[in-house]
Design a protein around this ligand. Structure first.
Ligand SMILES: N[C@@H](CCC(=O)N[C@@H](CS)C(=O)NCC(=O)O)C(=O)O
Length: 212
């Protein structure tokens, strides 16, 4: 049963920003009410809490609002950090992911939307992926031998890149990156955050997250 004191998470299952937030919430054991959002029909309650209209949005008891994914991660991990994810936080790498790599990813994935040259942006994004591969070759994960905040902040975006053309991605000579991605996608943690729930409407029975 959901207590009134549980925070509410507005989320979209396939959004990489929402995924990283759910990953941190799940590993920290921060219980919340999950409200799946249709981006084409955002709930009034979400827009009232955060007018900028992006997911994830975490509404805390008392109505404080956290509406940036990295802030949601840090908030969750401050409450509970059983795997010491906060000790593995490479802010510069995450900024490179959220800035130039995301820019290229969008223009590779949606060239018609951006009027962009998809292959040029795919090539430019590859430079970032080669850097990741070299780091992973050295240590296994992005900030040492075990997963941390950096891995989980970046992985959902690499997943999206890989999914644009899986056959092409699968043939890339980036073995460490591919093994890292496959390992995370096969993890229990990832399965837990990718549960399917119908879009939320006011009055729906609360969906508890993380799942039991
Ligand atoms: N800087 C934000 C970005 C979040 C974001 O852009 N989320 C996308 C979905 S992946 C979104 O909600 N876009 C609004 C829309 O498509 O209407 C964060 O880190 O939380």
């Amino acid at each position: 049963m959901i207590l009134p004191a549980d925070p509410v998470l507005y989320s979209f299952r396939r959004c990489p920003y929402a995924m990283r937030a759910r990953l941190a919430l799940a590993v920290s054991g921060t219980r919340c009410e999950l409200r799946e959002v249709k981006l084409s029909a955002k709930p009034e309650a979400m827009l009232a809490a955060s007018p900028k209209g992006t997911v994830p949005v975490l509404v805390l008891p008392g109505d404080a609002v956290i509406d940036e994914s990295l802030d949601v991660m840090r908030h969750a991990l401050a409450l509970g950090d059983p795997e010491a994810w906060l000790a593995r936080n490479d802010a510069a790498l995450i900024a490179a992911n959220d800035g130039p790599f995301k820019h290229d990813l969008d223009r590779y994935k949606y060239p018609e939307r951006h009027g962009s040259d998809a292959l040029a942006h795919r090539e430019s994004a590859l430079a970032f992926l080669r850097d990741l591969d070299a780091r992973l070759a050295a240590a296994g994960q992005l900030c040492g031998p075990v997963r941390g905040l950096t891995d989980m902040a970046v992985m959902p975006f690499v997943r999206q890149f890989a999914a644009v053309d899986p056959a092409w991605f699968g043939a890339l000579p980036l073995p460490h990156l591919k093994a890292w991605l496959a390992g995370h996608l096969a993890s229990d943690l990832f399965a837990a955050i990718m549960l399917r729930v119908p879009p939320w409407s006011p009055g729906d029975a609360p969906v508890r997250f993380p799942p039991d």
